[in-house]
Design a protein around this ligand. Structure first.
Ligand code: MFK
Length: 575
């Protein structure tokens, strides 16, 4: 009997194979736009499983390293990156992966076109999507609040298609005091002249440290060396990492982080020891100002998570159509098919959330968004980020398992999918920080009303008889969410915080339900395709509202469980 060898999974054209993406775009782009962008997306969908994937493999195989000294003992702090990593930079510029969003050839739809390309690129990019995210965020920031000199000198490079001119940007926010509690930032800024300052302080995580520039936060000192504490004392700065001679701008790189995943991406600890930097925006407005950047990178995260979900289902599905067990292909085994179907549904829900947020970003940036749409975008941004990130981690774990032992073996590349996915729920704000940001959006931007109104409208449009039970489930969930908010507000901030994650998940699942219902209705009407009906039905039978009423008893129980302390009184004792 011949030896048996298992075939590896094969990835086809990532645009052609992706019915969910194609359907979303076909509906949003007018025919004359679709006819222009589709050939580019199709070509790129082939490229990301061709030379781009080979470059990513090279970047993954050859991790960055920090060379701190030259042979003669001089401190140089040079980060060496792989050929693949450097080539991915060139590809990113040539493909216009940032530029498309700023050329705005298709007006508000430009962001959708750009993010469709980024989505195709993401899972084949060895995390080159990270420097692009920060570059795009910085570009938006400079577009909104940079002076003429920064626009001409830096913005034009961040948005260039010319690999020789193209720059990437960092986003140095995290210090040893915390990645979430940015208000504890210790870096100080000493005034030099005009808008120019010298920065002194240590940044604990700086991603893509080879970038040519960065946006960062520091505390401006007065002439007596004093500065205001907390986030109100922080200001936003632009800096270039090297001077015209190629020397570091008074920056000392201590070490590269030894990370669980995203290992092709250089992430460093560094100190600024008199780094020349330019103030952007008003002094003291730094945290608020940098959220312009952060809200863009959060959408990159959401689209990156959707791309992870898509790559997971693509790999698992293809493998299931090759691998035989118990006399059948895996895909013919009922329980395995059910697992794949669940993955497909998660993917479609995640993609809808991410693309809807991108669509709104494009409208807002072009001045086409209504006030209600801007409010929906403000709330959907943290929700899409936090929810899709958790989905991607779970899907990556399921995908590894769907390959059995092979999924646990390094050189199949599958363990890396899981390791890389884990960062999605950490950087750019953890699940909990973003759940609290959703509350902030509701409180400060009055986003709850418009958000729920959009859900109502989408659900009302799902008039197919087959969709009626799912639509009813969505309506009931919406009623539960509506009843929850005033009750939670009445309990006070501590209680709202305790319930914030369940609330954020509830809002995310409900919005996904509404978008899937709308998509199902359209797809049936346009193409007679009922698969969307099945997706919406199954999604809506899920627990849509994992809400917890964090009242006094619930808090008491939570504290006892979290601290593992004894709890002597029954829950009703405090009533
Ligand atoms: C594939 C994807 C690739 C992704 C690339 C990733 C690269 C990795 C780089 C990083 O991870 S960099 C680190 C990212 N760090 C964070 O995301 C920080 C997480 N922490 C938060 O977001 C906290 O919520 C925050 C720092 C904002 C809390 O600070 P504060 O000072 O306690 O917040 P406060 O006082 O509520 O907000 C200050 C102002 O900003 C307020 O406005 P006003 O001054 O007008 O009152 C807020 O309304 C406003 N604000 C806060 N968050 C906002 C926002 N405005 C709009 N959008 C937001 N998201």
């Amino acid at each position: 009997m011949a030896d048996f060898f298992q075939d590896p999974p094969v990835l086809g054209n990532q645009y052609d194979e992706d019915r969910a993406l194609r359907s979303y775009l076909a509906r949003r782009f007018p025919p004359d736009v679709l006819v222009e962008v589709e050939p580019d997306l199709r070509r790129f969908g082939g490229r990301v499983v061709g030379d781009v994937l080979e470059l990513a493999a090279d970047a993954n195989a050859n991790e960055p390293r920090l060379v701190q000294f030259d042979p003669w003992g001089r401190r140089i702090d040079r980060i060496e990156t792989s050929r693949g990593w450097r080539e991915l930079d060139r590809v990113s510029a040539q493909e216009g992966l940032v530029a498309i969003g700023y050329e705005r050839k298709y007006g508000p739809l430009s962001r959708l076109y750009q993010f469709a390309k980024l989505y195709l690129f993401n899972a084949s990019s060895a995390t080159y999507s990270c420097p692009l995210a920060m570059t795009d965020g910085a570009a938006r920031l400079l577009e909104v609040m940079g002076d003429a000199e920064l626009k001409q000198h830096a913005l034009s490079r961040l948005t260039s298609r010319d690999p020789q001119r193209f720059w990437t940007s960092g986003q140095w926010m995290t210090e040893r005091t915390g990645g979430s509690d940015v208000g504890r930032t210790q870096t100080v800024a000493r005034h030099e002249s005009g808008p120019w300052y010298r920065l002194y302080g240590t940044k604990w995580f700086t991603s893509a440290t080879t970038a040519q520039m960065s946006m960062t936060l520091a505390r401006i000192e007065d002439t007596a060396g004093a500065s205001t504490a907390g986030s109100r004392g922080l200001s936003l700065f632009y800096l270039e990492t090297r001077d015209a001679a190629g020397d570091l701008n008074n920056i000392v790189i201590h070490r590269l982080k030894d990370k669980l995943g995203t290992r092709s991406l250089p992430t460093a600890e560094l100190s600024m020891v008199g780094t020349r930097a330019k103030l952007v925006g008003a002094p003291g407005d730094g945290v608020r100002n940098i959220t312009t950047l952060v809200n863009v990178t959060r959408l990159y995260n959401a689209i990156g998570a959707a791309a992870t979900l898509r790559r997971c289902i693509a790999l698992a599905r293809d493998y299931a159509s090759r691998r035989e067990a118990f006399g059948r292909k895996l895909i013919d085994l009922p329980l395995h098919a059910a697992t794949l179907a669940d993955l497909e549904i998660e993917f479609q829900a995640g993609l809808q959330l991410a693309l809807r947020a991108v669509e709104l970003l494009g409208r807002e940036e072009c001045g086409a968004a209504s006030a209600d749409e801007s409010a929906v975008l403000r709330l959907l941004t943290p929700l899409a980020k936090l929810y899709t990130a958790r989905q991607a981690v779970a899907a990556a774990s399921e995908t590894v398992e769907s390959f059995g032992g092979a999924g646990y073996v390094e050189d199949t590349g599958l363990p890396q999918v899981l390791r890389d996915a884990q960062v999605l729920s950490i950087w750019e704000g953890t699940t909990n920080v973003l759940s609290l940001d959703a509350l902030r959006a509701i409180e400060k931007s009055d986003a709850f009303g418009p958000f729920m109104a959009e859900i109502d409208e989408l659900v009302a449009g799902a008039t197919l008889a087959d969709l009626a039970p799912a639509a009813e489930q969505a309506r009931e969930a919406a009623a539960r969410v509506r009843a929850y908010l005033p009750a939670a507000l009445g309990e006070g901030p501590e209680f709202q915080q305790a319930g914030a994650r369940g609330f954020a998940f509830g809002l995310s699942r409900l919005m996904a339900a509404a978008l899937l219902l709308d998509e199902a209705q359209w797809n049936y009407q346009a193409h007679g395709d009922c698969r969307g009906v099945a997706v919406a039905q199954r999604w809506c039978t899920k627990e849509l509202t994992p809400l917890v009423q964090a009242d006094r008893d619930w808090r008491r129980q939570t504290d006892a469980l979290a601290r593992n302390t004894e709890m002597k009184e029954a829950t009703a004792a405090h009533k």
